[in-house]
Structures are given as C-alpha cells and as structure tokens.
Design a protein around this ligand. Sequence first.
Ligand SMILES: Cc1cc2nc3c(=O)[nH]c(=O)nc-3n(C[C@H](O)[C@H](O)[C@H](O)COP(=O)(O)OP(=O)(O)OC[C@H]3O[C@@H](n4cnc5c(N)ncnc54)[C@H](O)[C@@H]3O)c2cc1C
Length: 311
Amino acid sequence: HRAVMGVSNLEKYNEDWINNLKGSSAIVLKPKSTEEVSHILSFCNDNNLAVCPQGGNTGLVGGQLPVFDEIVISTELMNEIISLDDNSGVVVCQAGCVLESIDNILAEKGLMVPLDLGAKGSCHIGGNVSTNAGGLRLLRYGNLHGNVLGLEVVKANGEILDCLSTLKKDNTGYHLKHLFIGSEGTLGFVTKVAMQCPPRSKHTNVAFLGTQNFGKVLKTFKKAKQDLGEILSAVEVIDSSTMEFIDEKLNIKSPIGEYPFYLLIETSGSNESHDTEKLNTFLETALNKHFILNGIVASEPAKINTIWSIR
Ligand SMILES: Cc1cc2nc3c(=O)[nH]c(=O)nc-3n(C[C@H](O)[C@H](O)[C@H](O)COP(=O)(O)OP(=O)(O)OC[C@H]3O[C@@H](n4cnc5c(N)ncnc54)[C@H](O)[C@@H]3O)c2cc1C
C-alpha cells in the first residue's frame, strides 16, 4: 500500500519505539522514488499541509513522529541499492535501505557499513544521516560528516538537490550535504545517500574489564588508544548503577563480578595472532599499572555477542 489510513494501521507510525510519544497523523504516504517525494512535497507546500519525514521510526527523541496530524512521509519503500563499487568501497542507495540490509550486501564484497547501532535491523540510512547517528564504531570510523560522500535531497518546495558525489577526495566547496546531516528533516527530505565503506575486519576480540574509579577508566582508555592503535574499534564505559539496572531489567549480569566501573574494549583487524598479541600486551600493562582490576577476553562470535548485549 502506498498510502496508509485507519487508526489501527497508523499506530506503528504514530508511536515511537519506547511507547513514550504519540502523534495523531491520519495518513502515511510511501513514495518509491525521488520524483514521487518531490511531487508530494511540492503539493503539500502549495497547500500549506504539514509533513513529517519518517525512516525506521527508531529515533529516541521523537523527531520522526507527527506532533499533531502532519502527513507522515515514510521511506519504507525507498529501499534500493543503486550501486556498489568494491574498489572504492562506495555504496549509493535510496534513503529507506535498512542499515543491516546494506551491511549484509556489503559483507558479500568484504566491506562493512562504517556505523553500527543497536537499532540496525530497523533504522534506515536516511534516518541515520538525518540524525547524524554515532553508534558503536564512531571511535574508529568517525561520524557521518566524514563517511557520507554525497546526498540527494528534496527541499520543502519539491526542488531536487543533487549533491550525490561519490568522490572521497573532493576538495571543492561548498559541501551542502553537511547541512542535511543531523538536521532531522528540517531542511529537506533525504532521498539518496552515497557512503564510503571500510573493509570488513577478519578477526575481532572483545575485552570486558573492571576498574576502581573513573580516573582509571580514563587512564585505560588513553593506554588503549596508544597501545592498540589501528585495531581499536570500540570503547564503551558502564558504571555500577547502570549495570545494576541492566541486571534488574534484563537479567544480564557482569561476567567478571562487581566493580565501580566497567570498560568494553573491542579490537578488529586482519591478522588474528598479531591482534591478539597486541591486546594481551595491552591488558598485561593495564593490570600491572593497576588501571584495571579484572577482565575477560572473548574472540568467538557467540561470546562476543554476549558481552555486547550488556551495552
Ligand atoms: C536500540 C536502539 C539503539 C540505538 N543506538 C543508537 C546509537 O548508538 N547512536 C545513535 O546515534 N542513535 C541510536 N539510536 C537512535 C536511532 O536508532 C537513530 O537515531 C537512527 O539513526 C534513526 O534512524 P531511523 O531510520 O529510525 O529514523 P527515524 O526515527 O524514523 O527518524 C529520525 C529523524 O530523522 C528524520 N528523518 C528520517 N528519515 C528522513 C529522511 N529520509 N529525510 C529527512 N529526514 C528524515 C525524522 O523526521 C526524525 O526527525 C538507537 C535507537 C534504538 C532503538
């Protein structure tokens, strides 16, 4: 269906993921192409009809929900991969592609999306761009201002802006794309995204560590950056009250007992023995210097997922 109406059908578009906010839109439109988005927006603009862009509806601050009865324009049907160049690692796709689906397609070419977040199975790349989503790999790959090479956007009056460059070393100015990254649909509707994607790492290790105080967390973080260098792919900090909350609500316990602070450190690279040796040397130093008190390391996918589930 290209237009959704009726209270029960509209529920999933009018409520957010945590059932915290509720809008009262009476219609959701699902364009398939940039031209359709352009026609919808120019009609709404001419007739003073308010609109609300929506991707995967995983936003946690409600920007994707109508405040009153705005027309929701969903990217659900804009889910085509337009091109994938495995030499440059550049993927061009429509805004409604689900992040995890893009990642699965990239995996076949030995590539990966440069951002990863808990909502990856539902969020759309257009929503990620519009929120400048950070996620778990920001430490290694940077944010979307760097990874998005180009955008196609439809302005509120229906005009199509083609900034869909696929060139990484583009030294020309001005880069209008930056205005749309993180602007939550206030300046235009993102219809296509060109994004650079790094090679997929062959080997991953995850360490889960306990520390005495936040000062030691910072020391461990600094040492991890110095010692692990290019293989460091993620660092997360969890304090004891968050861990208690996770235990109470999700029945997930710390695998190393109780500590005031915990650190999750992930490495990923191309050489298993080199990466593991580097991580072990770092952990030994951190233990000897009393930056950390205890820890475990996982390298099998199931165990890695168990540790990541705490995050
Ligand atoms: C379990 C979970 C984990 C999460 N983890 C993270 C995290 O680690 N880091 C992080 O940054 N966020 C995180 N989020 C928040 C959320 O997933 C991100 O903000 C995500 O980028 C939103 O994408 P979406 O497609 O769901 O967008 P939506 O929620 O549908 O929309 C978000 C905003 O973007 C606008 N928008 C959507 N599509 C377009 C478009 N095509 N053109 C213009 N505007 C548009 C909407 O109007 C709205 O303002 C998490 C959410 C959940 C539920």
